[in-house]
Design a protein around this ligand. Structure first.
Ligand SMILES: C[S@@+](CC[C@H](N)C(=O)[O-])C[C@H]1O[C@@H](n2cnc3c(N)ncnc32)[C@H](O)[C@@H]1O
Length: 221
C-alpha cells in the first residue's frame, strides 16, 4: 500500500539549533563537501549581470551572497523566507548589499508576483511539501517568471531509493524530511509540464543523487 504523506511530518520549516547553525551543520554532515558543491550549483544557474532572482525558502543568505557574485550591482535578489532564525542570519549576512532583499512571506500560498523575475531559485525546499503544496509553489514560480525565465530547482534527483548506496538510503529513510522520498519517487519534469514549463536543462552532483533542474517558461505563451 502506498504511504500517505502529511505536511505536519515535514522538516522543511527548519527551527531552533538546526536553523541557528544551518550552514555549519551542512558543512559537517557532508564532511566539508557542501561549500564546493553549492558554489558549483550556483555557477550552473548561469546567472547574468543584471538578472532579477526570486529565492524561495532562502535560508541563511549563503546562497544569496553567491548569486550576487553573478548578478552584480544591477541585478537583484529577493528572498522569501519565514523562519525566524533563518531571517536573522540572512539579514546579518546581506546587510551591506542594497540589491538583496528579504520578504517574510510563505511560498506555499498564492504569491502576488507576475512576470517580474528572470530566475526563481528553490534549493532543498520543494521536497519538503506534500504534492498539493508543491503544485502551488510551482504555479507561484511560473507566474513570477518573465517569459523565457527559468525555474531552477536544486534538490534530490529522481532515483530508486531501494537501489541507492546504503548511506544515501539511510539518510533518506532515517534522517531526511519524511516527504523527501515521495519527491524522489515522482518525475519532477512531469510535475512541471502541466504548469507550462516546456524546456529543461539538468546538472547532476554527488553520484547523480542531486540535481539542478532548470525549467524554462516559454517566450511565447
Ligand atoms: C532546508 S532549508 C534550505 C535553505 C536554503 N534554500 C538553502 O539551500 O540553504 C529550507 C528553508 O525553507 C524555509 N521554508 C520552509 N517552509 C517555507 C515556506 N512555506 N515559505 C517560505 N520559506 C519556507 C525554511 O525556513 C528554511 O530556511
Amino acid at each position: 500500500m502506498s504511504r500517505r504523506y502529511r505536511q505536519e511530518d515535514s522538516k522543511v520549516e527548519v527551527r531552533g539549533f538546526e536553523a541557528r547553525h544551518y550552514d555549519t551543520l551542512m558543512n559537517l554532515i557532508t564532511f566539508g563537501w557542501y561549500p564546493k558543491f553549492i558554489r558549483q550549483a550556483i555557477a550552473d544557474l548561469g546567472l547574468q549581470p543584471g538578472e532579477k532572482v526570486l529565492d524561495f525558502g532562502a535560508g541563511t543568505g549563503r546562497n544569496a551572497l553567491l548569486m550576487r557574485e553573478y548578478v552584480g550591482e544591477n541585478g537583484t535578489i529577493t528572498a522569501l523566507e519565514i523562519g525566524e532564525e533563518m531571517k536573522a542570519q540572512f539579514t546579518k549576512k546581506t546587510a551591506t548589499f542594497r540589491n538583496i532583499g528579504l520578504v517574510d512571506r510563505r511560498i506555499d500560498e498564492p504569491l502576488p508576483y507576475e512576470s517580474e523575475y528572470d530566475v526563481v531559485f528553490i534549493s532543498f525546499v520543494l521536497h519538503g511539501f506534500v504534492q498539493e503544496k508543491r503544485d502551488i509553489i510551482i504555479q507561484n514560480a511560473y507566474q513570477a517568471l518573465k517569459p523565457g525565465g527559468r525555474f531552477a530547482i536544486l534538490d534530490y534527483s529522481n532515483f530508486d531509493v531501494d537501489r541507492a548506496v546504503w548511506y544515501v538510503r539511510w539518510a533518506i529513510r532515517k534522517a531526511e524530511c519524511p516527504l523527501a522520498e515521495d519527491f524522489i519517487d515522482r518525475d519532477t519534469k512531469a510535475m512541471l509540464k502541466p504548469f507550462g514549463f516546456e524546456r529543461f536543462e539538468e546538472h547532476f552532483y554527488f553520484k547523480n543523487y542531486l540535481r539542478l533542474l532548470k525549467a524554462y517558461k516559454p517566450i511565447k505563451i
